[in-house]
Design a protein around this ligand. Sequence first.
Ligand SMILES: Cc1cc2nc3c(=O)[nH]c(=O)nc-3n(C[C@H](O)[C@H](O)[C@H](O)COP(=O)(O)OP(=O)(O)OC[C@H]3O[C@@H](n4cnc5c(N)ncnc54)[C@H](O)[C@@H]3O)c2cc1C
Length: 387
Amino acid sequence: MLTGRSPSPPSSDRVRPDVAVVGAGPIGLAIAWRCAARGLRVVVHDPAPGSGASAVAAGMLSPVAEAYFGERQLTGLLLASAARWPAFAAELTATTGVEIGYRTEGTLMVGLTGDDLAEARRLWAYQQGLGLPVTPLRPSELRDREPALAPRVRGGALALTDHQVDPRLLVPALRTAAQRAGAVLVSQPVRSLSDVDAPVTVVAAGCGAAALTGLPVRPVKGQILRLRAPDGVAPGFRHVIRGYADGEHVYLVPRSDGEVVLGATVEERSDTTVTAGAVQRLLRAGVDVLPELAEYDLVEAVAGLRPGTPDNAPILGPLPDRPDVLAATGHHRHGIVLTPITADLIVDLVLGGVPDPLLAPFGADRFGGAAVAAGGAEPTMEGDLWS
Ligand SMILES: Cc1cc2nc3c(=O)[nH]c(=O)nc-3n(C[C@H](O)[C@H](O)[C@H](O)COP(=O)(O)OP(=O)(O)OC[C@H]3O[C@@H](n4cnc5c(N)ncnc54)[C@H](O)[C@@H]3O)c2cc1C
């Protein structure tokens, strides 16, 4: 990429950057921060920074609970990125002075019925088979950890290393960090890559990447709710809770400021309408797992579009026919957890380093021409609610 040349010296002339980043979501902003911090001149194009999927995302950092059948390479990338999160969060907070809601209490996975537990235990056995830290807990042990769980909860497991961050704090912090490092934000969309004048362009536009690159990135709708504990108190639970509830999948994410995020649907649709049926199902499953939620204020119901790919994994690296254009998109359900590693891997590529072996399974060429032309819209979700 920029091999054989030094980054441009600092200058007030911002006309031709070293790197143009398209998209100021968590992925684009983290890449911009890392590139600018390495001395590159960076311009980030986005008409509405932080308005994509991250604006609604729950912020679970769940490589263990989301280690699904058939996704071993993705699981490896998720684990590698989650391992970078503590240092990444500390550095971001030290750089900006902003707390980003990074919490490490861990994730409880619980089931209500025998069928729910059978489904969950099959996945936990798979995760344990990969050597992941999933610890089965009896109902009494679950209630010792979270007394507010419903009496109906019949069993569960702990994924202690699955953490959380608040994306609504993370993205403004990344924007501040990128700008302090020298990145310049341009509040306009990129309509065609031919409009970008830079030796290297990074396309980090989430669902917007498909129109710019032809890559098979499709919108996967997620409806999600935000509730608040009454009287401004903290929620009555501390762990992220993922529930198998009468065949539904639901998660509950407690924030220190009293907010609880309750999500989410997984729908092969591109609208952001909130439907009564989805709200009803989310609330019913959430209250079944944690009855006190019924007393909480419902403060927001919203939908966002995950940038999905045919194999649920991100697309990282040069376009097959444009080595000067790097894709950093398709992060689907995992864009928050994958933010640190994506930024590190892409900045290495920009600087012309030897590509990290971690990148190999995630190249832009892996789908072939047909998938690119067809948009690759191959539904692969296993359920209707969750993540
Ligand atoms: C309901 C829901 C829950 C989620 N929960 C989690 C979770 O718990 N954990 C997790 O890791 N992930 C979660 N995600 C996924 C996560 O939000 C995404 O993977 C992540 O936001 C992707 O980041 P991004 O920067 O690539 O894209 P986005 O966040 O979508 O940002 C893309 C940016 O690009 C800009 N853009 C688009 N087109 C153009 C263009 N042509 N020119 C310029 N700018 C453009 C947009 O304005 C936007 O600001 C969730 C998503 C949803 C919808």
